[in-house]
Ligand binder design. Structure first.
Ligand code: HEM
Ligand code: MG
Length: 231
């Protein structure tokens, strides 16, 4: 197995998830971003990040809704707005505002500049970032969808970046690692990162999600939480 970072080629698919894009860029997932399913993703999450199935399986099940293919999906399929993909992302624009797939440095600035004065992010800063991203998106996007479903997904994604780039027990993650993960979709091994010794699972993610959610002071913009079940 060759797990060197390689930029995707012209026929390789990538999508809105920095976690999966990074696994593909390192060959833990197929580098072409195709033929993904439950076992392929669970293996890659374990080998790349030490993530256990209970932290990933629900997202994979939801991802199967993003295509009519009953067996596999691609990294591109999962951009389907309303299945997992949602508004007020940390590093991508809202669907209604243009590009909900590719990294956007302007959007990412809120996270990048958070927790000033120290060299790490934590659950408090992650919650503040979610609050600010939502406030900005509510102004920019009159058609925003922001129900309990999107809130749950967003809080989980914040716990994911803190856990895979930092300490999954404390939720403290070096800024340098998190920024390389988002901007380059690369594991910052050369900078000193290594795969967590602690397995990342529901027991470690749960307390981080709760702390992040609390610090984000979330309120709904109304509407009923639905999951889009097909293209
Ligand atoms: C978004 C991390 C697994 C699908 C995100 C985001 C992070 C993240 C940090 C937020 C990006 C942003 O707000 O700009 C991870 C990590 C994973 C992982 C570390 C570990 C393997 C998965 C799985 C799926 C998935 C298993 C489904 C098969 C998505 C999708 C988005 C997303 C569709 C876009 C949501 C949005 O921002 O609108 N992921 N993820 N991810 N993830 Fe993952
Ligand atoms: Mg989004």
């Amino acid at each position: 197995n060759n797990h060197q970072w390689m930029a995707p080629g012209p026929n390789d698919l990538r999508g809105p998830c920095p976690g999966l894009n990074t696994l593909a860029n390192h060959g833990f997932l197929p580098r072409d971003g195709r033929n993904l399913n439950m076992s392929v993703i669970l293996d890659a999450g374990f080998n790349g990040y030490h993530m256990q199935p209970d932290g990933l399986a629900l997202a994979v099940k939801a991802a199967t809704f993003s295509t009519d293919d009953p067996f596999t999906f691609t990294l591109d399929d999962i951009k389907l707005h309303g299945t997992i993909e949602h508004d007020a992302s940390l590093s991508r624009n809202d669907f209604a505002l243009g590009d909900n797939v590719h990294f956007n440095e302007t959007i990412f600035k809120t996270l990048a500049d958070s927790n000033p004065g120290v060299d790490y992010y934590n659950t408090t800063s992650a919650g503040q970032v979610q609050q600010k991203r939502l406030a900005d998106a509510e102004i920019a996007n009159p058609n925003i969808t922001n129900t309990a479903k999107e809130f749950f997904i967003r809080s989980g994604e914040s716990a994911f970046y803190l856990s895979v780039m930092g300490n999954p027990l404390t939720g403290v993650a070096p800024k340098k690692f998190v920024q390389i993960f988002f901007r380059e979709e690369r594991l910052p091994i050369a900078e000193g990162w290594r795969r967590s010794d602690t397995p990342i699972n529901g027991s470690t993610l749960g307390p981080l999600i709760d702390a992040i959610a609390e610090q984000s002071h979330w309120t709904t913009s109304g509407g009923c939480p639905w999951i889009r079940v097909g293209p």
